[in-house]
Design a protein around this ligand. Structure first.
Ligand SMILES: Nc1ncnc2c1ncn2[C@@H]1O[C@H](COP(=O)(O)OP(=O)(O)OP(=O)(O)O)[C@@H](O)[C@H]1O
Length: 572
């Protein structure tokens, strides 16, 4: 329920449109009741052959009320829908603002398909919260109170029947259907989450599934999941229609009661016969406004579940950032020195300590290579520098500042990064390079392509989703070109040339070192060739540094690095 209050708070930003929608809704409802009441009275009165002007007044009132009703209904629709779309957009923005700082932690717990279902489906379903849950009861209450007061002026008994009908159609019957709806809604949402998870996973892994000949099995899972979702959707709709039909039935029963009691009151002389048709018409019309209440519980429950699922992610204590308040938003425009002091890191939900008590100092402008066995924590160390993950113990300093007090964006602004996996967007080479800066000219972009031996690429060349149309080596070179274009004086390169042939690798490294001459550079590499150019080589094993020094020092020491180098040379 607390999540729903958060949504209401966001909704109230649009209070002007909400108030206008409520006023228009009330005018439309009350003029509809007035229109039918006047028609009923006109029919009865005509039978008594009244003076001509009475008929003119009544007919004009009917016409006027008809016009007012149409105008007010239009106003209600216009303002309520305008409010709804603005509320949805506010909601999306608020949700994204809270979700983005939780990336990548959020993926440790939630699968991308499930997140997509929440971001798209759950936010979308909240359009019904305002349109069918929040404001219709306010309009309904206002219309009913006015109508019952008007009716009680003619007959208290009929006013009491209307009150009973009101309680039945707006509270008792919807409450009964709500009980069923609670269970069904939870199931619909879960099945939808599972279905989109299956679909996204299948799309991502389509090629592998084909190669491993597992596509049919996964397809069958998907079809079963789709069936399960459809079954729950059917149950949901049956409950919705049953609630509407039952409510409609009750409103007719109430109108029959009004007619029967009214007729009785006419025979006893308590009610003038000329008002009977008017009261029956009032009863038939006023319950029209109660019709939305039949679907109220469905949408109320749906909204509660949707907000709960949305806020469950962004308020999940397991994935909250544990960072301290940032006080530094801008870093100096120079090569930084990095210092790690007794840092310790464990991935969320993992029992292994990945980085153990690591202490390291990287002077400004130095060129450092990190080598070591696969899984020894090299990439994890780069992620710690980038504040994509945060150490549980120890400190990481950027010059004299603890990175915990530096805003993430300030660090990203000053780093040039090539990760093992780099994402490319659907578009052109130009658009993907301009990720490094929108104002980069074509000449600058072409120069970057030249430095990574991709001068034969045209900037308008298309890039498909996930750069499917580029080879592994081309993707790596494009990522390096992007790093060339980006501002910053700290290079973080995680096996940037692992898919390249030695000749291309050599040329690119030459250009890289030239460009990074005045910068700090950290290179994670499995290949040990060319490391003699580095100032320091750090050898990692099981989350700690087991050796460090210059190339000559390590070779002289004949330790772990020396063994690795000898092994590599024997394989060449
Ligand atoms: N997101 C994650 N969640 C949990 N564990 C992870 C995650 N990423 C990496 N690990 C684990 O952390 C350990 C260190 O991984 P890391 O990627 O830092 O190693 P690495 O030295 O860069 O390996 P490689 O040379 O193969 O790239 C590995 O055992 C890996 O399984």
């Amino acid at each position: 329920m607390r999540s729903l209050f958060n949504v209401i708070k966001l909704m109230l930003i649009e209070k002007k449109d909400i108030v206008i929608a409520v006023i228009c809704g009330f005018i439309a409802g009350i003029s509809s009741v007035g229109l039918f009441a006047a028609s009923g009275y006109l029919i009865s009165k005509s039978a008594l052959i009244p003076p001509f002007y009475t008929l003119i007044i009544l007919t004009s009132a009917v016409k006027l009320l008809g016009l007012v009703k149409a105008g007010a209904k239009y106003g209600e629709r216009l303002y309520s829908h305008r409010a709804t779309f603005t509320i949805l957009s506010n909601l999306r923005v608020a949700f994204f603002e809270k979700l983005t700082p939780l990336v990548p932690n959020v993926f440790h717990k939630y699968r991308s398909g499930d997140l997509l279902a929440r971001v798209v489906g759950d936010v979308e379903s909240l359009q019904n919260f305002f349109l069918r849950v929040f404001y219709p009861p306010i309009v309904l209450l206002l219309v009913f109170i006015s109508t019952i007061l008007f009716t009680s002026f003619y007959s208290i008994q009929i006013a009491v029947i209307l009150i009973i009908g009101f309680l039945l159609t707006t509270i008792i019957i919807p409450a009964l259907f709500t009980l069923r709806q609670v269970k069904i809604n939870g199931r619909v949402r879960n099945e939808r989450g599972h279905l989109s998870t299956y679909i996204t996973e299948m799309m991502f892994g389509f090629r592998d599934l084909k190669l491993f000949q597992q596509l049919q099995i996964k397809q069958n899972h998907l079809l079963n999941q789709s069936e399960a979702y459809i079954t729950q959707q059917k149950a949901e709709n049956i409950n919705k229609i049953s609630s509407q039909s039952f409510n409609g039935f009750i409103t007719f029963v109430v109108s029959w009661f009004v007619l029967a009691i009214g007729a009785y009151l006419v025979t006893t002389g308590t009610l003038e016969g000329v008002f009977l048709a008017m009261l029956v018409m009032i009863s038939l019309t006023v319950f029209e406004s109660a019709a939305p209440m039949a679907v109220f519980p469905v949408y109320m429950q749906e909204s509660k579940d949707a907000t709960q699922r949305l806020y469950e992610v962004i308020e999940d204590p397991d994935i909250q950032s544990i960072g301290t308040q940032s006080s530094i938003y801008k870093l100096a425009d120079k090569a930084p020195a990095l210092t790690f002091k007794e840092i310790q890191f464990t991935y969320q939900g993992d029992w292994r300590t990945i980085i153990t008590n690591l202490t390291l100092s990287i002077p400004a402008k130095s060129k450092v290579a990190i080598v070591g066995a696969s899984g020894s924590g090299k990439s994890t160390l780069l992620q710690i520098i980038l504040k994509l993950i945060q150490v549980q113990k120890g400190t990481v300093n950027w010059d004299a500042h603890d990175t915990a007090s530096i805003a993430d964006e300030a660090i990203w602004e000053k780093t040039k990064v090539v990760l093992q996996e780099n994402h490319f967007f659907y578009g052109t080479i130009r658009e993907n390079l301009q990720l490094a800066g929108n104002d980069l000219t074509d000449d600058v972009l072409k120069d970057a392509l030249y430095k990574v031996n991709l001068e034969h690429f045209s900037l308008d060349q298309p890039v498909l989703e996930n750069a499917e149309n580029l080879s592994g080596g081309e993707r790596q070179r494009l990522a390096i070109a992007r790093a060339f274009l980006k501002n910053g004086h700290l290079w973080l390169l995680d096996e940037p040339t692992s898919s390249l042939d030695s000749l291309t690798e050599q040329t690119i490294y030459q250009n890289l070192f030239e460009a990074a001459e005045q910068d700090t550079l950290i290179l994670v590499s499995h290949r040990l060739q060319g490391l003699d150019k580095m100032d320091t080589i750090i050898v990692m094993d099981q989350g700690n540094i087991i050796e460090s020094g210059s190339y000559q020092e390590l070779m002289f020491k004949e330790g772990y690095f020396y063994q690795m180098k000898m092994l590599e040379e024997s394989l060449l």
